[in-house]
Design a protein. Sequence first.
Length: 95
Amino acid sequence: MKNKPQISDLDVFCVVVESQSFVGAATELGVSPAFISKRIQILEKTLDCKLLNRSTRNISLTEDGKYIYEQSRRILVDLEYMTEADAKAMAASGT
């Protein structure tokens, strides 16, 4: 069975896509560009597909990358809703 991707790696990937650069993503997340690059490499290896076309000037999504981005964004939004719902339930119960 394949390893499952880490949620944090999906988040890094989405930030890279949305900022359209590794440096921009690194700045937004408060980490180094090398860290971003390593996490993307790990995610690509885990998923066994290339997610991004890279050049010195820009990045673009591969077809697999487009699909993975859409799914990752959905997972992260669902996780955010779940976290908010859990926090509201805890507040309502007084715990």
